[in-house]
Design a protein around this ligand. Sequence first.
Ligand SMILES: [Zn+2]
Length: 131
Amino acid sequence: MGFSAALFGWNLTLCAFVGARVLRSFPADGITRYAVGVIDEPHTLGMWKERVEEAKATFYAGLITARLDYQPEIVWPVAHMTKREVLDFLPPEVIEMASYCRNPAELWGNRFRPCGKCISCDTRRKIGHFP
Ligand SMILES: [Zn+2]
């Protein structure tokens, strides 16, 4: 059964797992950094420190059997930016590809409709980037 990655809510932990899988899927490329899209705004769900630790643990656990001869680094390239600054920085075609809704509803194929009710949809609406 296939599914579109945009059809369910992603979080730090799921991204870390996928990041580790991508890194180990291309060993010849010698990927040394995993970039996380965390922003400089208070996290509304709380337990922020624990969430970051969970993501780090998931990323490195996903590499235990990869037998790399180096330790990939986790980097936070937009952690100094607000969500609005990130959305203003990104090209529109990249924003369109990004999933942000925590509970998206499928419409057809790989197209989805944001729920409009979750915290991520609320944030997008407040900063003016809600489609
Ligand atoms: Zn939503």
